[in-house]
Design a protein around this ligand. Sequence first.
Ligand code: UGA
Length: 452
Amino acid sequence: MRIAVIGSGYVGLVSGACFSEFGVNVTCVDLDAGKIARLEKGEMPIYEPGLDQLVMSNMAAKRLSFTTDLNAAVKGADAVFIAVGTPSRRGDGHADLSYVFGAAEQIAQAMDGYTVVVTKSTVPVGTGRKVADIIRKTRPDAAFDVVSNPEFLREGSAIGDFMRPDRVVIGAETERAQNVMRELYRPLFLNETPILFTKIETSELTKYAANSFLAAKISFINEIADLCEKVGADVQDVAKGIGLDGRIGRKFLHAGPGYGGSCFPKDCLALVKTAQDAGSPVSIIEAVIKVNDNRKEDMAQRVIRACGGNVKGKTLAVLGVTFKPNTDDMRDSPALDIIPALQKAGATVRAFDPEGMKEAAKMMDNVVWSKDTYETMTGADAVVIITEWNEFRALDLPRVKSLLSSPTVIDLRNIYKPEDMSAAGFYYVSIGRAAVEPSDTAERRQALGTSR
Ligand code: UGA
């Protein structure tokens, strides 16, 4: 089997590398000659654990190559994957499909022999048919089928998600196209991974419905977290209590500063637009978006409250700025709302992130970027944990306490236990759980019969 993957961004590169690992001959194409040249030298344009090794070993095995020459890559390919970007269109939130349609036209011109054209980019319902129309119009003689095969991989664990998915969804309406896709995903068929063949529209909508549902779980637990704080409940226990019900499931019930990234915000918005256009609004998802937008603003206020209601002239040490750990991706990260709001309130923000600082520095001004976790905290008035990188989970607490000018930790990801933080001498504020004071202060207060 030989395939071409058009677009060597996140989805294209990971899918291309993984298909080559499955034994397929893959050519990844990109317009950006600089990117292709770097890839050929084994330099990854994104940070994704394990990707560089996978690319290098498959390049060495001559199953994976990179080029800017779309024509050469497409000619003779059994399948061509469109994995170009679909950003939110400025102004109206619709997905911008100009790159997808542009790729379809170029593929049509280059195709020879029966070719399966697969949309891997997240595209609104109806796009597959439009791609087919473009190909037919450009090359009325072409033998082809259009297939929708959305990707469900997560940044940071993309390779594992591709190699061991919960399911593969394939919108393919002819047996010939289904057979090509079956052959490509052969190792997964052998693994008995559920593979769902559907209509093209069904497959396209499944992708949006999946991301919107996951975003809904997050907004749901975030609102429950706020309620927990008001009524004295613990959101971690509530999440466990509901998540153990097999119908609900435990995943994606971690309360936090709100979802970000390149997918959930964009895909929820696109689903809302598609639904409005179809005259069948998804008001639940409209609410999910609103809850998430408000939440990012609320987080800065929470930090300010934890610092005694005023951060003017204070120095805050922020740990983690990416939208989640194990990525350098800053797109729609809650940090992009929280940090500027704290600065506006008069705080000096110092920050450290293991991978995201280069990107973040382009997007935020006046942040003092530190070289490591502990440097960030030296002399600071409080620590604010925005992203749950592993290295922040096991901080040397006595050292943290000795470095801070006031022992305050605001943990927006609940990576510490309140009782541990109290025992270690911190005023600790987290999400959906009661704030705790240093245990010695609490004991003293109890002895004096006063409350904070
Ligand atoms: C998401 C989906 O999980 C993938 O299945 C999908 O393929 C991908 O979008 C896509 O459409 O390409 P990703 O954006 O990489 O993947 O990241 P997630 O791990 O889903 O996290 C998204 C956001 O939700 C992060 O900001 C994360 O911190 C937040 N989150 C996640 C929570 O706040 N709580 C949770 O319980 C889980």
